[in-house]
Design a protein around this ligand. Structure first.
Ligand SMILES: Nc1ncnc2c1ncn2[C@@H]1O[C@H](COP(=O)(O)OP(=O)(O)OP(=O)(O)O)[C@@H](O)[C@H]1O
Ligand SMILES: [Mg+2]
Length: 262
């Protein structure tokens, strides 16, 4: 777990491997909706799809700007078992401006943000960062996870209306932990998102029990033991990546028209 900076060289003599780095924020002011799980598993799926041979320098990084720092749990558990995660993991909650140092070193950086809306210094600092190469906001787009239950709804409204919309950050609201047998709840949650005029990916992220052990096992979805959860989880993450315009198959990111992270 590096807290300071990326390694000096990442595959190219210039020290830069990628022309453009996409920054995706995963945030909701609601706790436990899956911000860390989605950050880690979307990042891991995009990474192994882009680089199936799992190079030592993966194309995707996860950055925790949440002091709770769940990504660290994955790293510690993986290290204990001698496993290597298919992503690099950083913790920049004390100085999110370190995100700028990742430009050019990854195709995709997923930012796992937590905590309340008010007085959230790491979040507001990250949101205000400017990409020195483009002169535009560093964060290209955001993902707001939501559960189907009613208790997710007010925090989702606040997150979208107080954090993302005023800053004109394109975002998707994604339903997480969807149970296939609870079709009516899913439709109801989708209608809620649509009524607010927010974008959502065509499919929700399904509930798999394997996710609840993932952090303590140090395993991300491409390495889940059971084929059912591994394939189902990867499919969900790839569909999400595709909706976000994150090309997962050896292509430049963001070529998709109208994509959030374009
Ligand atoms: N699709 C899913 N299926 C089953 N369990 C899930 C799924 N997504 C997340 N979980 C579980 O829900 C719990 C909360 O997830 P997670 O820690 O990712 O949420 P969070 O929004 O980051 O929480 P916090 O607000 O505490 O940072 C964890 O136990 C996680 O394993
Ligand atoms: Mg979390």
């Amino acid at each position: 777990m590096s807290e300071i900076s990326v390694p000096a060289a990442r595959g190219e003599t210039s020290g830069r491997a990628f022309k453009r780095t996409k920054f995706l924020l995963v945030y909701s002011s609601k706790g436990g909706v899956g911000k860390s799980s989605i950050s880690m598993n979307l990042g891991a799926t995009v990474s192994v799809t882009m680089a199936p041979d799992r190079p030592a320098n993966p194309p995707v990084a996860i950055v925790s700007i949440d002091e709770q720092n769940t990504p660290q749990d994955y790293v510690e558990a993986a290290n204990k078992k001698g496993l290597r995660l298919p992503i690099d993991v950083y913790r920049f909650d004390r100085d999110p401006s370190q995100l700028i140092g990742l430009i050019g070193h990854y195709r995709l950086v997923v930012i796992d943000a937590g905590g309340h809306l008010k007085g959230n210094v790491p979040l507001t600092t990250a949101l205000d960062l400017v990409n020195p190469e483009t002169g535009r906001r560093l964060i290209d787009g955001a993902l707001v996870p939501m559960e189907t239950g009613q208790e997710s709804r007010k925090p989702t409204i606040r997150t979208c209306n107080l954090v993302l919309t005023p800053r004109e950050i394109p975002f998707y609201v994604v339903i997480n932990k969807a149970f296939p047998q609870a079709e009516a709840d899913l439709r109801d949650a989708e209608a809620f998102i649509d009524e607010h005029g927010w974008d959502r990916p065509p499919s929700p992220i399904k509930h798999f029990r394997a996710y609840s052990k993932a952090a303590t096992d140090g395993i991300t979805v491409p390495d889940f033991d059971r084929a059912y959860a591994r394939q189902g989880g990867m499919l969900d993450m790839m569909q999400l990546a595709s909706a976000l315009g994150l090309h997962t198959a050896n292509a430049e990111l963001g070529a998709a028209t109208g994509a959030v992270v374009a």
